[in-house]
Design a protein around this ligand. Sequence first.
Ligand code: FAD
Length: 379
Amino acid sequence: MKYNTKDYDYLIVGSGPYGSIFAYEAAKRGKRSLIIEKRQNVGGNMYTHKKHGINVHDFGAHIFHTDNKEVWDYINQFTEFNGYINQVVANYKGELYNLPFNMNTFYQMWGVKTPEEAAKKIAEQREAAGISGMPKNLEEQAISLIGTDIYIKLIKDYTEKQWGRKATELPSFIIRRLPVRYTFDNNYFNHRYQGVPVDGYSVIFKKMLESELIDVKCGNDFFDDKEIYLNEFPKIVYTGMIDSFFDYKFGELEYRSVRFESETIDSNNVQGNAVINYTDAETPFTRVMEWRHFDKKSDEGKSVLTKEFPQDWDRSKEAYYPVNDQKNSKLFKLYRLEADKLKNVHFGGRLGNYQYYDMDQVFGAALKTIEKEFKGMDK
Ligand code: FAD
């Protein structure tokens, strides 16, 4: 370790939104932080880079959406948003459908033209499936909510690819609330505020971390010097995997991972939409992003596309999605109890809390932690 630990009030492990907001807010209050980041770039999974003038999201499509005005105002101090509204198209063996399930989808699936006709069709399919009582798994849950046709073409294979398990082996709570709209509205999210930063997400982190009270060391893994960090820093904010922090002593939590494959094509418009989901079993990827459509770019002659391949997680891969089923939630509680015993380490963010947080939830959680940490000082 090449830095003087005495210079810092905080060691922050991970430069994603949770760690970066903490460092930014601490610096505003005169506190000094060292951020260590194992990747070569800051920003965690929100990191974006420019290619042919297009903002490419390196860790999958990130659309900021929230109902939380405080969080929306907060992020807007670092960037302007471009008004992008996510409207996803599904491709099932060459048939195209609008998502989330709405009157356009119902028209494409069955030719129905009114909300009443659509509701009737769904009710008929629900009844024909004969599922009674509490749905026992995701398949039963989906069919009882939306009927068989949509389940087969738009949910089953996609979900099985995503989670790497049969829909009959997945818990029903994963899709407790399916977005079903009896209007011709293709907006994927219901939230009041939505968009993508005009110049990508990375500028946000550049601004957050520019204070001279913040030092950032990329390419540094916490586990390379764990004991020294624990002994020498007065306080640590840890946003890595909680099970890994405790050397997996109760066993591994389960995660899903993703592999991304990008290509550049000489074209102004390859697929006509920012996101296309491939909902059949034969296509190995789940979705394809065409980044220029997030930026609302006009002609430049090049387009960058990224395919997303879900994969099993093991320790050599990035952990992207926690699997919050009962078994893992129980295991997580054991780790949480251990974490609570460590008074100088705060566990935060998606991996530290083993929760599938969206960005706005991480922003909200980081701001709450700051409020608690500096209680009294801000008055
Ligand atoms: P992260 O962003 O994961 O940052 C954690 C950082 O800690 C990483 O940079 C990591 O390298 C670093 N780190 C971990 N362990 C160590 C260690 N041992 N030593 C040093 N550094 C370490 N949210 C939305 O709101 N909208 C979306 O459209 C959306 N799309 C998503 C798509 C995908 C494919 C994924 C995976 C997530 C998506 N999210 C989306 C969620 C969003 O990415 C998270 O909410 C957010 O990034 C979590 O922030 P964080 O700070 O907790 O963690």
